[in-house]
Design a protein around this ligand. Sequence first.
Ligand SMILES: Cc1ncc(COP(=O)(O)O)c(C=O)c1O
Length: 509
Amino acid sequence: MNYLVDLNIIFDYYNNERRELFAESVSTLDMLWNENNTNLYISSSSLDKLEFTKAQELKREFGYASKIILKNFIKEILSKFKIAKTPSYLDLDYEDIEDSQIIASAKAIDAKVITRDIKMLEKYPNETIHPSQITNHQSQTTNIDFANLQKQYFMYQSELELEMDKVLNNASYIMGDAVTELEKNLEEFTGAKYAITCSNGTDALLLAMMALDIKPGDEVITTPFTFIATAETIAFLGATPVFVDIDEKTYNIDPSKIEAAITPKTKAIIPVSLYGQPADMDALEQLKIKHPKLKIIIDGAQSFGSIYKGKTDSNLGDISTTSFFPAKPLGCFGDGGAVFTNNEELANKIKSLRLHGQSKRYHHKYIGMGGRLDTLQAAVLNVKLKHYPKDLALRQEVAQKYTKALGSEVSTSPKNTILPTVANNCTSAWAQYSVRVKNRDEVQAKLKEAGIPTAVHYPMPLHLQECFLYLGYKKGNFPISEIVADEIMSLPMNPYVKDEEIEYIAREF
Ligand SMILES: Cc1ncc(COP(=O)(O)O)c(C=O)c1O
C-alpha cells in the first residue's frame, strides 16, 4: 500500500505543539512506519514548501533559521519518505497548482494522499484520505503478499528511476549500453565466461538448443516435473522430449534413471534447478564421461545465484539459462532472460542467433530469432543485480525460518507435511518454498481464509499434458512426479516476508 503524505501531516508530526493538537496524525504515521507493506512518499512539488515552512517555524521560535537545523530536518524527512515525482501527464488545476501536482504525484505511484486539508479532501475524495480513516483502511488490507514485487520496487526506486530515465532520455531502446554493462555484470556475478542476455527464459532455452543444433529426430532428456517451457522448447525445435522421473527429496531429475533413457538419438540432457536448487551435477557429469557427445543444458530459470560445490549454476554444464521474469529471484519489470557458457564458439553463435542469425548487419549466417533483451529491462537488472546478494541472503533466512517454524508446528500436527530438502553440496536461490501436504485443497482453502496466499508449482506433470499426449506416456509412468504434483504447495516467498508472518503462517497451517 502506498501513501503520499501531505505537509500538514508531516508538520503535525515534527512540531511539538501540533503533536498534541493533532495526535491522530502522529499515531497514523507511527503505525504506517511499522507496516511491512506500506510505502510512504512526499511529493517532490512539496519540498520547497517543506523547507520554507520549517524556516518560518524556526524564525518564529529562535529569531533566525539555522541552515544546519534546516538541512538536518530535510535529511530526516528524506530518510523516512520517498520522493514521488510530478509526472508529465499532470492535469494542472490553475486554481490550485500545488494540490493538483500532489494529486498527480500520488496517482503516478498508485497512492492515496493522507491530508487534513478539508478543501483537498472535498475536491479529491477518491484520491485522498484523512488520517482518522487510516486504521479502518489498513485493517481491510492485511493480507500477506506472495512475491511482494511492489516492495522490491520500493526498496530501490530512486536508483531504478535514474537508470530507466537514462534509457528513456537517450532513446537507446535496443541493445543500448545497459545491455553490454549487464552482460559484464552477469559474467562477474556468475563466474561464467560469457553471459548473453535475451528476451526471456523460454527463448534462452531455445537459443541454447539452437546453438547445439538440436533438430527434428533428436531426443532431449528432461524432467516431467517442471514448467512447460523446459519441454515445450524441445518440441518447438522438432526434437523429442524424453522424460525421466525426479528424485523424491530434491524434486530434480533423478540421475540414476537417466542411463535407461539414453538412445543413439539423445543429444542433450536438460536438468532443471527446480525451486532454486541445482540438480545433481556430479552425477550428470559422470554420465557425460560415459556418453561424451551428450550436452548438458541447465534450465536455471528459477535458480539464479544458487551455488553447487562453490560454483553458480550458471557456470555449470555446457550451457546454462535463466529467466528474469518479474517473480523470479532476480526479476526485471517484464520479460527477460540470459544464456551462459564458457565456450567462446557457442557464445558467438548464441549472440548471432538472438539477432536473427546475423553475422554483420543484414547478413545472416543462421536461422535465428529476434531474441534481444530490452535496454530498459537491462537497466532495471543492473540496479537489482547490485543488491541481489543481499536479497539472496534474505531469501535464505526466510526459508530457514519457515523450516524452523513449520518444523515445530507440523511435528505436533497429524498433517504429514514434507518440508523442502536442499542437498549438502549446494544452496538454493529459493525461488519457491514448497511443501508437500496430502490434503492440499483443504490446507490451501484454510490458508486463503486466513489471508495467506499459496500457489501450486506444478499441478500436472508434463507427460500428462494434452500437448504431449503424442509422446505416448501414461499415468503411472513417472510416479514420483505424479505424487509430488498432487501434494506440492508453495508458500509466500520473497526477501521481505516478516518473522511474524512466518509464525502466523505456521500457526494457521
Ligand atoms: C523451469 C522454468 N523454465 C523456463 C521458464 C521460462 O522462463 P520465461 O517465463 O522467462 O520465458 C520458467 C518460467 O517460469 C521456468 O520456471
